[in-house]
Design a binder for this molecule. Structure first.
Ligand code: CO
Length: 396
């Protein structure tokens, strides 16, 4: 069964979910095997009051993900659902929207009287779907009770769906749901009152303040799919911002691609004086987040945040250092671009095997504890490329 499941067999997945939900001996053993498989999908929670159009939105998100080539699992937990107690029939109706597409697997769960708690049961189903190789799991739940809030905490990224004209219902939502929201969606955004609702949400956000991720607000009309692309872009940004979560996610997705997602980590700029050069960037509104002298490179570095990337100012601490020599020869300017990878060692091996010219054949530890190596401009089209991974120790 485990072999079929891991191979992505949909019938095996359906049987496995049923077994695990029953919670009997066979189910427990299977669940343990699924956990041991250690696969992890991106979990997107979609929550909100009854009538907000969550199911329609989730279906649209699933369609978007399918177009993006991802396989999808849906765990729907909703006490107001017409198919609670008749979950299988409901799933079958819903699946018709994905007729013939094995890349979408939907499972509804009754939200009352689940052994061991709803969140636990929903998590078990997530684990089974992940073991079956689903790239993304959408967890749909109504955001009214404590049980449902617990479900929200399963997600890497939580989307709170609201609709215009709910009046006091926004107020009646549990504070925990508002706080858990990473992204606000104003669904049925073509309706009267959408502006008012947006203002209300923005007002509440103003009270929160705080550093880090600021939940964006996205307007959708789920029935026609409007705004779904924007929503999914926000989900991706949020997942990227939550580094820890992303690292786990990429470790799972990377298994499939063999690479993991890449991103521009930073641009390295050689300067004579950080103190002089930083002024311009600070005028732009960028802030120095981290300053450090890397002894073995004889360089002082200052990192300035630039969205998800950074600018790294490099000032030599000795004339006869790499940056010192660069300055003498070329003057101030762009020194390198740094690409972030999940597996630095794996990438080093891959590039070596392909005959790429490396500046040194070792992975080193630089500013902030990050591990890196450099690829020579002779192999990259004339620019020095740094391949950088996460800090040497520590896990999400
Ligand atoms: Co660098």
């Amino acid at each position: 069964m485990m072999t079929l499941l891991r191979g992505g067999d949909v019938r095996a997945l359906a049987r496995a979910v049923s077994l695990v939900e029953d919670g009997a001996g066979a189910g427990a053993g299977l669940l343990a095997a699924c956990r041991a498989a250690g696969r992890r999908a991106l979990r997107i929670g979609v929550t909100g009051p009854p009538g907000a159009g969550k199911s329609t939105l989730v279906d649209q998100m699933a369609k978007w993900l399918r177009r993006d080539g991802k396989t999808v699992g849906v765990v729907a937990v909703d006490p107001s659902s017409p198919y609670t107690g008749g979950a299988l029939l409901g799933d079958r109706i819903r699946m018709q929207g994905f007729a013939g597409d094995a890349g979408v697997f939907i499972r509804s769960m009754a939200s009352r009287g689940v052994m061991g708690g709803l969140a636990r049961a929903a998590e078990d189903v997530c684990v089974v779907m992940e073991a079956a190789g689903r790239d993304v799991v959408l967890v749909e739940t109504v955001g009214v009770g404590q049980d449902e809030i617990d479900v929200v905490h399963l997600a890497d990224v939580t989307v709170l769906v609201l609709v215009p004209g709910m009046g006091d219902e926004v107020q009646s939502l549990k504070a925990g749901v508002m706080e858990a929201a990473d992204i606000f969606v104003v669904n049925k955004g073509d309706r009267e009152g959408a502006d008012l609702l947006e203002a209300e949400i923005t007002g509440m956000q103003g009270l929160g303040g705080g550093a880090g991720w600021v939940p964006p607000l996205v307007r959708t009309v789920a029935t026609v799919g409007a705004g779904v692309g924007e929503l999914m872009a926000a989900v991706e940004r949020c997942a990227a911002a939550k580094r820890g979560g992303l690292r786990r996610v990429l470790a799972g997705l990377g298994e499939k691609t063999g690479v993991g997602a890449l991103r521009l980590d930073h641009l390295g700029v050689a300067v004579r004086s950080i103190a002089a050069a930083r002024r311009f960037y600070e005028l732009l509104g960028m802030e120095v987040g981290h300053e450090e002298t890397v002894e073995h490179e004889q360089v002082r570095t200052a990192m300035l945040a630039l969205g998800e990337s950074r600018v790294e100012l490099l000032e030599p601490t000795a004339e006869d250092s790499t940056i010192g020599r660069f300055l003498a020869k070329r003057g101030e300017g762009l020194h390198h671009i740094a690409v972030h990878v999940e597996d630095v060692d794996g990438m080093l091996e891959r590039l070596k095997e392909a005959g790429m010219r490396l500046v040194s054949e070792l992975v080193r530890v630089g500013a902030g504890g990050h591990r890196y190596f450099f690829v020579h401009p002779a192999s990259t089209g004339g620019v020095l490329v740094e391949i950088v991974g996460d800090a040497a120790k520590g896990d999400a």
